[in-house]
Design a protein around this ligand. Structure first.
Ligand SMILES: [Zn+2]
Length: 165
């Protein structure tokens, strides 16, 4: 016996940043500013992330590339590692992401890579709350209410539990 299962995923599309609620607009503006601090001499694709913590603090991240490519790190994980190291226990509640190319903010919506999706999912599991994800291009914004939705069938601590018994 076999059957096909479906995983449903929804997001909100917004055409104008001015339609965002003020806290999301602020976070996106900060992600856009953070992109300017990226060190991306190889890809010239500068990504900024702004992570809002439950206390209201906003932690910025930008990608940091390296001539040894795997040694580089993405903007999202830079912000999350910074928050985790400096404000442990202060839950991340929202993450905005923006990218700068040679011609200004990206034409396409930029979405986290697989590694970052895994790290976002772990933060949600660690603190037991959803992280609202705000993705952007020059013109459009997508809002995803739960970061883990970007990584269906994600690997988690539950998979390790049987090994740790
Ligand atoms: Zn990434």
């Amino acid at each position: 016996m076999s059957r096909t299962e479906n995983i449903k995923f929804s997001y909100q599309e917004i055409d104008d940043p001015d339609e965002l609620v003020p806290s999301d607009k602020e976070l996106l503006d900060m992600a856009r500013k953070a992109a300017k601090n990226a060190y991306a001499p190889y890809s010239r694709f500068k990504v900024g992330a702004a992570l809002r913590l439950e206390s209201g603090k906003i932690i910025l991240g930008a990608n940091v590339e390296n001539a040894a490519f795997p040694s580089g790190i993405c903007a999202e994980r830079t912000a999350i590692s910074n928050a985790s190291s400096n404000y442990p226990g202060d839950k991340p509640v929202a993450l905005a992401i923006a990218a700068l190319t040679g011609e200004g903010y990206s034409d396409e919506i930029v979405s986290p890579c697989g590694n970052c999706r895994q790290v976002i999912a772990e933060e949600e599991s660690r603190y037991g709350n959803n992280i609202r994800i705000i993705l952007s291009s020059r013109k459009k914004i997508w809002i995803i209410e739960k970061g883990g939705d970007l990584l269906p069938l994600q690997f988690s601590k539950d998979h390790l539990r049987s090994a740790l018994r």
